[in-house]
Design a protein around this ligand. Structure first.
Ligand code: ASP
Length: 411
């Protein structure tokens, strides 16, 4: 009989527990050196693979996303209203994420400089003034932007190329096909790299716990709590209010009718896989079928409020571990990059964590830091996917109301 393979989340969980146990043993027996010399290098290989994939993923997913909005001209006002709703709610999500992360950080619940050696400091990206930053995001050399993984420049390149492909119309057909074909290849590669994550989780977790002790585990629980508070506040504030104000739906009714999709998203951690259930929920709520047929698939690719909150919270947490306190200017950069990173995040399990690498690169925080929270990413992912899907359904309700002036469910 064929042996049943453990699913990836189970493998990651086992790797996490195994890493913590090995780390604690090494910590208490004073053999942390072993993890540093022999385990951490495997984690580093995994992080290198993540870094290597992030530029093509960002570039191709953003161009692909822009091309998929090409039909927006056809759908006209529905398209613009949808994108406006997505952008505004995602920016609010970033602000909510940053506010809670700063409250937790200010209360001293995110350990400062924990990963630094004695006397070491980490400056992060030099905080240039606004004009320098503005000039700096426009690349003078495309290849240099790619080779130095300058994420803001990569985004600008993606926006320019995507926009130009749309502008070129029929003649750019080959380019469109090439982009979507390359993107399909890169997605496969990303899937392969993610499948190696148990190795990265085990080795890095063992190293972190062996060198930093059990204290790091408490901080992980706190950062998770912080993200979930952000998710809940965003759902209650933004989605309840927009359902009530714009679509005239009682918030309780909204959440009741969206519950099936929310639960499915929570367990599957994939907005794309939840699409059929979201469609049913939107129908139940009385959304116009053609509106939800446009809003929901687009939302499952570009509207990721939960991911944006997670990226902001994780960035502040990891910055704090490196002993950095983000300035107001740097937080504005976090809002912009996390909004864009969430747009570039594919609606599949774990994708938001890969895009977190982009935010960290932009902030000058070492990408290796991701490994500290990688082991519990699934727990973050469940909540963020649930929020992502709820945002899509709430958008479908609002746009239906704006377009058709139709009354949705009112009970
Ligand atoms: N899993 C999320 C989704 O499908 C994306 C993410 O990883 O943030 O919406």
């Amino acid at each position: 009989m064929e042996k049943k393979k453990l699913s990836l989340p189970v493998q990651i969980f086992i790797a996490l527990v195994g890493g913590v146990v090995v780390g604690l043993i090494c910590y208490f027996t004073g053999t942390a050196d072993f993890t540093e010399k022999y385990l951490k290098p495997f984690g580093t290989i995994f992080v290198n693979l993540l870094k290597f994939i992030v530029v093509p993923v960002v570039l191709l997913s953003m161009i692909d996303g822009i091309i998929s909005m090409g039909d927006m001209k056809k759908v006209g006002s529905v398209g613009w209203k949808t994108v406006a709703y997505f952008l505004v709610t995602t920016a609010i999500a970033c602000v909510i994420g940053l506010v809670f992360a700063n409250i937790f950080n200010g209360a001293g619940w995110f350990p400062q400089g924990m990963v630094l050696a004695e006397g070491e400091t980490w400056g992060g990206a030099s905080s240039a003034n606004f004009m320098d930053t503005l000039v700096g995001i426009f690349p003078s050399n495309m290849w240099q932007a790619f080779s130095s993984a300058n994420m803001l420049q990569v985004i600008v390149i993606a926006l320019f190329l995507g926009g130009s492909i749309l502008a070129a119309g029929e003649k750019a057909k080959l380019c469109k096909d090439i982009v979507s074909s390359f993107y399909a290849v890169i997605e496969k590669l990303m899937g392969f790299i993610i499948s190696l994550s148990p190795i990265g989780v085990f080795t890095m977790m063992a190293w972190v716990v062996a060198t930093k002790g059990a204290e790091i585990l408490g901080s992980l629980a706190l950062v998770l709590l912080c993200a979930y508070i952000g998710y809940i506040v965003h759902a209650v504030l933004v989605y309840s209010l927009s359902a009530k104000i714009f679509a005239n739906i009682n918030p309780i009714t909204f959440f009741k009718k969206a519950a099936a999709a929310m639960i499915f998203a929570f367990t599957s951690t994939s907005s794309a896989a939840t699409l059929p259930v979201s469609k049913e929920c939107a129908d139940e709520l009385g959304c116009e079928s053609d509106v939800s047929a446009f809003v929901l698939p687009l939302g499952s690719t570009i509207n990721m409020d939960g991911t944006a909150i997670y990226q902001c919270v994780a960035t502040v947490f990891l910055a704090s571990l490196c002993g950095m306190n983000l300035t107001l200017g740097q937080m504005v950069t976090v809002v912009v990059t996390a909004t864009l990173a969430s747009i570039g995040t594919a609606g599949v399990s774990g994708a938001g964590m890969i895009m977190l690498a982009m935010v960290l690169e932009a902030m000058g925080i070492p990408v290796d830091m991701i490994m500290i929270i990688y082991g519990i990413d699934r727990l973050f992912d469940m909540g963020r996917t649930c929020l992502n899907v709820t945002g899509d359904i709430s958008c479908a309700c609002c746009v239906t109301k704006w377009e058709a002036k139709k009354n949705l469910v009112s009970k």
